[in-house]
Design a protein around this ligand. Structure first.
Ligand SMILES: C[S@@+](CC[C@H](N)C(=O)[O-])C[C@H]1O[C@@H](n2cnc3c(N)ncnc32)[C@H](O)[C@@H]1O
Length: 208
């Protein structure tokens, strides 16, 4: 699967949805970072950009990346229209091929799921190495299939947070698992429908 095909797939997903004027942030992100002082954050697979906007409003300097040009262009416009352009840098990266430069206090990967080839463990390992000492990697995965999800495969399996941590394979001398659980919440889909869903939440902290 080439980068062009990945771009096309995800561009089609976003182009089929109207551009949101103020997309919502991820509930796990807001509960995790609400009390942390702002710093540098990297958002992997930023999608519609609700997380980047929420973070920038709270003073974080945000690098947001996505393989989809549509997603990146929409977030760039939103950053300007919300007066946050000085805090949000949105860039297109195919994380299979390139990774943003820099060191971060937080790296987040929310629902970084794709039907296309992606060595997620390698991307998340790279993300953990891009953390400053004390920094956190926040991985929020689906733990169940929402009725509006693009992936309705009945055989889909969602690895538990501890399995995701084991796949990343970080040295326990330098990274520690701070949270690994599967909370439930009521989610609202793009068409306004609601449903109870499970998230798989993993937080890894760099200690050295
Ligand atoms: C399920 S969406 C989640 C979007 C957003 N983080 C959220 O929580 O709504 C997965 C995102 O990962 C992006 N993505 C998929 N494969 C990627 C890759 N190889 N490199 C960078 N981004 C990728 C997609 O374009 C899409 O925006």
């Amino acid at each position: 699967m080439s980068t062009d095909e990945a771009v096309r797939f995800w561009d089609d997903v976003y182009a089929a949805r109207p551009a949101a004027t103020d997309p919502r942030p991820n509930a796990r992100l807001t509960e995790t970072l609400a009390d942390l002082p702002p710093g540098d954050v990297l958002d992997l697979g930023c999608g519609a950009g609700g997380d980047a906007l929420w973070l920038a409003r709270r003073g974080w300097r945000v690098t947001a990346v996505d393989v989809s040009s549509v997603a990146v262009e929409r977030l760039t416009s939103l950053a300007v229209s919300h007066g946050l352009a000085d805090r949000i840098t949105a860039r297109r990266h195919d994380l299979r091929e390139s990774f943003p430069e820099g060191e971060f206090d937080v790296v987040c990967a929310h629902y970084l799921h794709t039907p296309l080839d992606l060595d997620r463990a390698a991307v998340l390992r790279r993300a953990a190495h891009a953390l400053r000492p004390g920094g956190r990697l926040l991985v929020v995965d689906h733990g169940s299939t929402a009725p509006w999800s693009w992936n309705q495969d009945p055989d889909v399996r969602y690895p538990a947070p501890r399995e995701v941590a084991a796949d990343i394979g970080l040295d326990p001398a330098a990274w520690t698992v701070e949270r690994a659980d599967s909370p439930r919440r009521v989610a609202t889909g793009p068409d306004g429908r609601t449903a109870e869903v499970t998230d798989h939440v993993l937080i890894v902290r760099r200690t050295a």
